[in-house]
Design a protein around this ligand. Sequence first.
Ligand code: GRF
Length: 237
Amino acid sequence: MNRLRVAVMISGRGSNLRALVNACEDPTYPAEIALVISNKRNVVGFEESLRSGIPTRLIGPTRLIGVSDRGRFAEEAQKILLEHDIQLVALAGFMRILESSFVDKWRDRMLNIHPSLLPSFPGLHAQRQALAAGVRFSGCTVHFVRPEVDSGPIIAQGVVPVHPDDDETSLSDRILQLEHRLYPRTVRLFAEGRLRVVNEKVEIAGAVPPKVHAENPEDILVSNISPEMPGRRAVGE
Ligand code: GRF
């Protein structure tokens, strides 16, 4: 099997990178992590990746590539991605804004994961934003990347409840568990060639919409909703 060659770009802890690497350990998984790029040296993700034996590269900040030098960064990243025959770029907690011409080069071949139900709460501290807004549900989104931060055609989303006693840490943890499932599944869809962007919306070949919906505050997870059917069936009851 020819596996899709994926580069993961990180800036920190790298737990989504780990989830992707774990998924790739299954010999039937259609992708492999062929490269990791970090823009920070002293972070868990970078250190772990170096130890794991995956080709791992650090890009700046250096004397040559300043913190805000997007052009230089993009040039260097593009060179390394081509050297490694990368077919898909997955941003996973990558905290640097990418130059738009670089993003355009990877149009519909670059993914990002964000800890909110986009287009709500883009940018930094998405979970804090969700708590401040008082939403009852939040979650995570995997999308194709466009130049504007956390924007682009949505591929997959996962939903979690927001608990009344949640703080940023507890909500982030709950969302993160879901991220670790959703990202590998989305990369699989891409690798299987099932994603198509049509008018900036993503079509997924063979996917059926979820048959479940959730309500709050009753905490009822309902399936098979029909207007004629006044009774509700709670999933798992
Ligand atoms: C995740 O919450 C991801 O959604 C966001 O940054 C965080 C990265 O976490 N973009 P990790 O580095 O993958 O652990």
